[in-house]
Design a protein. Sequence first.
Length: 116
Amino acid sequence: MRRSDGSSEIEELQAAWFSDYTSVLDIMHALSYSLAAARVIHSDRDKAWQCCQQYATWIWRGEVDQVIASLAEHQLQLGEPPADASESDPREIVRRTRVYSSNHRSRMNYQRRDIR
């Protein structure tokens, strides 16, 4: 098993030199993206925390598609960010979290027995 922050450079090295290893995304990176999205989706702190807890549960269980679907729903409500959106634009934060989760879903199955 090898943990990663999702960097494409690290993934390329892993593929070239450690192709027989199971690559697992560092869960703290996934959770930090989820927390950022939850905070812009819900202005109420308690609701944001509940949302983050739900995302964390889904991520831990390997149910990343649930997170992606929820983010896609919120993206529809917020709208797509414009091309010049700032990094702090709520629409951009949700989009970035959705893309990050989609790109790394195969490495977010923390319940696999061969990685415990």
